[in-house]
Ligand binder design. Sequence first.
Ligand code: ADP
Ligand code: ASP
Ligand code: MG
Length: 844
Amino acid sequence: MPERRSARPHVHKFGGASLADGAGLARAAAILSRQPAPRVVVASAMAGVTDALLAGAREAAAGNPDALRRVAQTLRQRHLDAAAHALRRAAERRTAVAAIEQAFAELDTLAHALSILRELTPRSSDHIVARGERLSARLVAATLACVSVPVEFVDATEVVRTNGAFGNAVPDLAATDRAVRARLAPLLARGVTPVVPGFLGRAPDGATATLGRGGSDLTATILARALRAVEVTLWKDVPGFLTADPRIVPEARVLPRLDRREAAELAYYGAKVLHPRALIPLAGRAVPIRLRAFNDPEAPGTEVSQRRPLPGYPVQAISSVTRQTMITVAGNGMLGVPGVAARTFGALHQEGISVSLISQASSEHSICFTVPEETADRARAALESAFGEEIRRGEIDGVETLPGLATIAVVGLGMSGTPGISAQIFTALARGGVNVVAIAQGSSELNVSFVVDAEQAAAAVRRIHGTFQLDRIGGGGVEAPATTDVVLLGFGQIGRELTRMLPRARSRSAELRIVAVIDRAGHVFDPKGLSPRRLTALAAAKAAGRDLARAPGGQATPGALHSLSDIARHALTRPILVDLTADDTTLTLRRALESGMHLVLANKRPLAGPRAAMLALQTLADSRGLRILHETTVGAGLPVIDTYYKLVESGDRVLSIEGCTSGTLGFVLSEIGRGRLFSEALTRAMSHGYTEPDPRDDLSGLDVARKALILGRLLGFPGELSDVAIESLVPPAARRLTREEFIGQLTRFDADWQRRAAVARAAGQVLRYVSRATARRVEVGISAVPASSPFAALEGTDNQLIFVTRRYKNNPLIVTGPGAGPAVTAAGVLNDLQRLASLESREI
Ligand code: ADP
Ligand code: ASP
Ligand code: MG
């Protein structure tokens, strides 16, 4: 590429994660040589070097010089290895090796000195860590020289002037502008690429001062400002500025464009990808910053500039900072004390402590704000001394600190003009069980920030990310979401039927999307949704007896609770857990609610188990604003529970619900009524798949009792399953037999059944297995009902429920229809899912 002298340069900064080793150096050189000239390069220390040097220096000052010596040995070897890998020319290699040896030999001497002095001042700390950037920049320069790019290493102290606040120095921009132009412009004019160590500057006395952690980004923008660069490119180990920290939200998406104010806010509140002060030097200048992927240099990355934000994306991204302490200055007498706020922040300013969030005070009785944990003690001392007089007089109670917190910021320029954002954020947090300690004053219109327990910070970020669908292009808005994520617990016949129905189901609101299926051995999960084809393949494998854990993409876990916990760690969109098992799933259901999932139950056991457990589940759901729908627990797809609630909501009172709710028993008894033998009737039921594997599970009446208990509990029945009177149809003589023995001896019981049917017929009655539920009593058993009863007309596996209410007393309300089978049950579950999906979209 022809070099255009005296043109405005491009500034390229390579982050530490990119320059991790020799291969990183070589890649940096390859990337750079393809970039338009003129170019300026800024280099960070190789990954982990700054941390290691700092830790070693602290150890040495604590009296352990060998720790720093060991660090020096390791780092020396890493740099030598990188040089050996990246530097093809012997001359370059020799110079680099000499610089490396010198840097670490000096460290050896320093280790000794520190351990004697027992003190690590910010100034000596800066002196020590600076070698990380210096060596790295030398290696980058040498690597470029090896591929014939004309380069010159220029030390940062030659060009970046600072105020000398060691550890967190502030650049003197005007002085720096002059120094940069004087030193770099002539190089650029000659077609030479200057390579400058990042993070460093010169204190007024000539010493080296660092610009604060992550300061190489700032070096890049300082140089860009002075040289009126075309653009600053920050080469990162991530593909750009993401909607959230990818270590917290793996599905975070690259933002194509971000306004400078948004980027500054996110960086300030913990988005480590950009130094919080990096944007300051470019204020008022039209120099865009581009964050690009070191591992994918062709990808566009993120442009941070003053271009208008893309419309329709009110919420752009979320960031979080942990290790925060909240400080409260409170007291009844504060109203009368002049200038409390000004004095509070004045005292902190004096101490050089920056306050990250000031919370809304409900009254003027307190001021709350957060500071980084390590400055909390100093902050408290400063405030106690500033308000010493008022504290003595009792006007101010004192200064309280609450450690272990995190500050989270939800950022986007369009937020102020879009109603409902805060409501949505705080609803999402409530659903996730995240306790909000404080909410920030709405000082800036592009940010909603709040404080939570540090332990809940990741969960909070994921929730909000999911709520605004930031993982999708077009996310970030408050319009109804495109999808509702469904997790299936149990993948038997009903689950498989449901996966067949879902793609064809017409949705009034959000599209229902199955993201995970769980069985006893593990799960298959894809946060982007399992395609119908994949579900069909899984269903076929499952029907053939293969566990999900062994399916492609399957994950083995010790149980459903583990599977659910794994899945719930992701940012799902309005998730719903569907329990299609017949197991005791209470713990898993609790975890689902705690993770913000609504529940759809086809499983009766959680509602027919211990009453206390059932109530606890309901209370948990209520506290999170979540719903538990369970239409299919009684009467499969028939609208039973729905009818109950419709009656109650219309002001009616349901007095009793009677029913024939067992398709199996209904079938067997109506066959017997027609004169068929018991053994024949049961064999037919089994061959149609109407029974449990052991038909005695149906005949025992336990399943009907569970349904009756669920209905009874709706009506206020306070008892347990053991309080339900159950008449079993398994003859005492058959109870001890094995399944095979029982099935082999069915004809033994024919005579007895024939007699019972004949007696009933003679009295103009038929036999039915009936359940009765009121607020006081729940019972299930065989009943001879008059031929005129609606129960008598039931055919096959049909179910029937009779509601006697205050309004429907003489002429009860009857619901009849097919009450068993995978297809009708799956349809009922689908109905519940659709109700939840449309409920969610109405809430917005
Ligand atoms: P550099 O190597 O340039 O110094 P950093 O390591 O300082 O880069 O910053 C990159 C890291 O920032 C990423 O690896 C990522 O873990 C973290 N990070 C935090 N928030 C974000 C975000 N919103 N977008 C991208 N990366 C982020
Ligand atoms: N190496 C320094 C740090 O780790 C500066 C930087 O990487 O930007 O903080
Ligand atoms: Mg950084």
